[in-house]
Design a protein around this ligand. Structure first.
Ligand SMILES: *[C@@H]1O[C@H](CO)[C@@H](O)[C@H](O)[C@H]1NC(C)=O
Ligand SMILES: *[C@@H]1O[C@H](CO)[C@@H](O)[C@H](O)[C@H]1NC(C)=O
Ligand SMILES: *[C@@H]1O[C@H](CO)[C@@H](O)[C@H](O)[C@H]1NC(C)=O
Ligand SMILES: *[C@@H]1O[C@H](CO)[C@@H](O)[C@H](O)[C@H]1NC(C)=O
Ligand SMILES: *[C@@H]1O[C@H](CO)[C@@H](O)[C@H](O)[C@H]1NC(C)=O
Ligand SMILES: *[C@@H]1O[C@H](CO)[C@@H](O)[C@H](O)[C@H]1NC(C)=O
Ligand SMILES: *[C@@H]1O[C@H](CO)[C@@H](O)[C@H](O)[C@H]1NC(C)=O
Ligand SMILES: *[C@@H]1O[C@H](CO)[C@@H](O)[C@H](O)[C@H]1NC(C)=O
Ligand SMILES: *[C@@H]1O[C@H](CO)[C@@H](O)[C@H](O)[C@H]1NC(C)=O
Ligand SMILES: *[C@@H]1O[C@H](CO)[C@@H](O)[C@H](O)[C@H]1NC(C)=O
Ligand SMILES: *[C@@H]1O[C@H](CO)[C@@H](O)[C@H](O)[C@H]1NC(C)=O
Ligand SMILES: *[C@@H]1O[C@H](CO)[C@@H](O)[C@H](O)[C@H]1NC(C)=O
Length: 641
């Protein structure tokens, strides 16, 4: 059951306790129109007039025409940000301005950057938020000495899954706002998202009253349930939406595909967000490493993997596609791709509750254990512990290779369940030509919820399987070597020596979660995090990617600059600056392996620990509205499902 450890998704006493820990809600506030609620009928998908060219499934052996059209805009927009960042980084004995002027008119010479944010619940969302804040040139002081602000603006792609998907989805649903703006509650009032002190099961403090919250969640799903199979992920996604999309009504009409029409994104002023989920056939519980990996982009849902090799226009999911076409007698449906449902799909860990329930400790009152147990067992029997994307858009499509071609159902689960908790997959498609991937791993692999490289090991192992055709990934050692060599204790580069590979592989900059200013190893199932702790984890994440603003290694920003440029310099036959060679000697894994069993890994602070006065949030007992919430929730589920 190793996969359970990928995100640290083990059910234990503190899990259920944090599930129900919440505080009373404030009064209702007015709703503000904002962003793009493009669904025709709120959360319920609805038939609309079809476009003149009826939507269809496209083959998955190329990039979409939308992406091909968008890329020149984006690549162009990354140039000033990259130039500015490299100028500030100031690699010794190297003129970055001269270099950038040489490559700026030649897209095949220009560095192509991808960012990847792992899963792991709020821990991953907040650690990832610190990383994005540090890489965002709009963050206060992020463009100062030793800082990395601008990397986000210099990147072409931004992939995420599960808790990382909450972060990315949330920012894009809010006009690609900054982490700082969100933390400081400076979004248009009263949309105070990220109020993590309130349990997801209790609703947001600035949102509707407790019972209105539940009425909204269940009411919106009732509307969808009339014509569609709903699943536990619909409830999960609607609840997440109050934290991530809109605190007032959870933005029932906000679709993920609406990002495609966003004024800033469509002109190339933001990277392409890619959210990962795994395919899981009904009845299957464990996810093999050769599972089909799906990606959501603002344009499409589908997979490049040979086991599907197809994409559906995301906007028209919910329509009855058949053999790759939408027959004339079937309507075009829109509104299925609710943003919260997409984020919920990528984070649908509920089947792991089911698998772990027998280990539930004594602290949980028996009535809850048996109520939740019978609920989840029922769900398991109905295969309802997944995200239901039925009707399967890929029904009858590509039957010779598509594993699910005969199924009317398409069921997706948490993108980290195949152990690949860092979403490298979209970024290692050879056609995307990504040079360097800056990846944040917030997995909980060790007993104290720190990463040990298990996720990146899984990606490497998959790259050796035939299903990996069309992707390439550098070699990485086993997780024992990670600990023995300390590769998980600080950033590590993989694939530095591209001559070691016959196909182009990206340079992978692996940045593990680590305590600099806060013990950021929160439980995966912490469904509430009080605000001071939230801010401390974000601050720590900022320090993780800047190595404490360069205090752990004053040359770290230079090394980041070298990583940005390395593949590009190889292509342009530019001599590698000496400072970069020193960086690579320090940060590149050199192929050494030491697979003896290591002592348990317990990291120590790099910097000055933040003292979070009221960090007792996660230890709170069964109390207040939270306890009511769980009881009400269980009651509703039993009635509804
Ligand atoms: C690239 O960006 C520059 C300004 O940054 C602009 O003048 C130029 O038209 C853009 N080119 C394309 C092909 O978009
Ligand atoms: C951030 O980078 C973008 C792209 O280069 C640029 O247009 C913008 O002015 C920068 N913002 C700040 C605050 O530096
Ligand atoms: C563009 O850069 C590539 C190297 O990536 C080089 O092979 C090619 O000749 C360059 N094209 C032009 C027009 O300079
Ligand atoms: C930005 O830097 C200045 C000068 O070091 C400091 O006074 C200020 O507190 C910093 N602001 C933030 C938000 O970190
Ligand atoms: C979205 O962000 C852009 C760029 O920051 C800004 O110009 C625009 O006004 C924002 N739109 C809304 C609706 O807030
Ligand atoms: C996936 O891997 C498992 C275990 O190696 C193997 O039994 C199975 O046939 C593979 N499935 C496909 C579709 O390749
Ligand atoms: C799709 O097909 C199913 C089964 O035939 C049918 O019940 C459903 O109404 C159809 N959906 C639409 C939007 O036509
Ligand atoms: C890999 O994919 C390409 C194109 O999609 C195909 O032509 C080739 O046969 C595949 N190779 C293997 C080993 O499956
Ligand atoms: C490494 O991975 C194996 C399984 O792949 C797992 O059993 C083990 O606990 C992991 N960690 C260490 C330190 O070996
Ligand atoms: C690094 O800078 C950020 C932003 O200015 C700040 O929040 C953080 O505390 C600093 N870290 C250290 C270790 O000084
Ligand atoms: C070079 O490639 C081989 C084969 O894939 C691999 O075993 C080795 O670890 C790689 N070396 C480095 C330094 O990445
Ligand atoms: C390999 O790792 C073990 C356990 O951490 C350590 O005791 C040993 O010294 C290492 N071996 C080498 C050759 O570094």
């Amino acid at each position: 059951m190793k996969f359970l450890l990928s995100q640290g998704a083990l059910l234990n006493a503190s899990t259920l306790v944090s599930l129900v820990a919440g505080s009373p809600l404030e009064a209702n506030k007015d709703l503000v129109e904002r962003g793009t609620p493009q669904a025709p009928n709120g959360y319920a998908p609805a038939a609309v007039d079809c476009p003149s060219t009826r939507p269809s499934i496209r083959q998955g052996d190329t990039l979409s025409q939308n992406e091909v059209n968008w890329l020149p805009l984006r690549r162009n927009a990354t140039i000033p940000a990259m130039q500015d960042l490299l100028r500030r980084i100031d690699i010794p004995d190297f003129s970055s301005d001269e270099y950038m002027n040489q490559v700026r008119n030649n897209v095949s010479a220009l560095p192509n950057i991808g960012l990847a944010i792992s899963g792991g619940g709020y821990r991953a969302m907040l650690n990832g938020a610190g990383a994005l804040a540090a890489w965002d040139n709009r963050t206060t002081n992020a463009t100062g000495q030793g800082q990395l602000g601008g990397l986000l603006q210099a990147s072409t792609y931004l992939s995420a899954l599960s808790g990382g998907g909450w972060l990315v989805g949330s920012l894009y649903m809010n006009n690609f706002t900054t982490v700082e703006t969100t933390m400081n509650q400076q979004l248009p009032e009263p949309n105070n998202i990220w109020q993590t002190q309130n349990s997801i099961l209790a609703g947001p403090p600035d949102g509707p009253s407790f019972f209105d919250y539940y009425s909204n969640v269940f009411g919106s799903i009732e509307g969808k349930d009339v014509n569609y199979d709903t699943s536990i992920t619909d409830y999960w996604g609607r609840m997440l939406s109050f934290q991530l999309v809109n605190a007032v009504d959870g933005g029932p009409a906000y679709t993920f595909s609406s990002i495609a029409n966003d004024a800033e994104f469509s002109v190339g002023n933001a990277p392409l967000p890619l959210i990962v989920a795994d395919g899981r056939t009904p009845g299957e519980t464990l996810i093999p490493t050769n599972t089909t990996i799906f990606e959501f982009s603002p344009w499409e849902l589908g997979s490049f993997d040979q086991s599907l090799s197809g994409f559906v226009p995301l906007e028209f999911t919910g329509s009855n596609f058949s053999a790759g076409q939408l027959p004339q007698n079937e309507s075009c449906v829109r509104g299925f791709d609710n943003a919260g449902f997409v984020m919920g799909t990528s984070s649908s860990l509920f089947n792991q509750f089911l698998l772990q329930l027998d280990r539930a400790p004594q602290a949980i009152p028996d009535f809850l254990v048996s109520a939740v147990g019978s609920l989840l067992t029922g769900l398991g029997e109905d295969n309802n512990d997944i995200a239901d994307w039925t009707p399967n858009p890929f029904y009858g499509y590509n039957p010779s290779a598509n594993r699910g071609a005969n199924s009317r159902r398409l069921t997706l689960v948490d993108g980290g369940e195949d152990l690949q908790n860092v979403p490298y997959h979209p970024l290692i498609q050879n056609q995307r030509n990504v040079d360097v991937i800056f990846s944040i791993d917030s997995s909980a692999d060790t007993t104290s919820s720190w990463p040990d490289g298990a996720s990146i090991v899984a990606t490497y192992q998959r790259s050796l399987d035939p299903i990996a055709n069309g992707t390439s990934f550098p070699a990485v050692p086993d997780n024992k070597t990670f600990i023995n060599l300390g590769l998980q204790d600080r950033p590590t580069f993989f694939g530095c020596d591209s001559s070691n590979y016959t196909e182009p592989v990206p340079l992978v900059v692996y940045i593990p979660n680590h305590p600099y200013s806060y013990m950021s190893n929160l439980s995966t199932f912490a469904l509430s995090v009080n605000i001071s702790e939230r801010n401390a984890v974000i601050n720590n994440g900022y320090n993780v990617v800047t190595m404490g603003n360069g205090t752990r290694d004053t040359e770290w920003p230079i090394c980041m600059g070298c990583a940005i440029l390395q593949r590009s310099m190889e292509r342009t036959s530019t001599p590698i600056p000496e400072a970069c060679n020193q960086c690579f000697a320090r940060y590149c894994w050199d192929g050494t392996v030491n697979s003896t069993a290591p002592a348990p890994y317990e990291p120590t602070f790099v910097g000055q620990a933040i003292n979070v006065a009221d960090s007792a949030g996660n230890a709170a007992g069964l109390r207040g509205s939270g306890a009511v919430a769980l009881t009400v929730l269980v009651g509703f589920w039993i009635v509804l499902l």
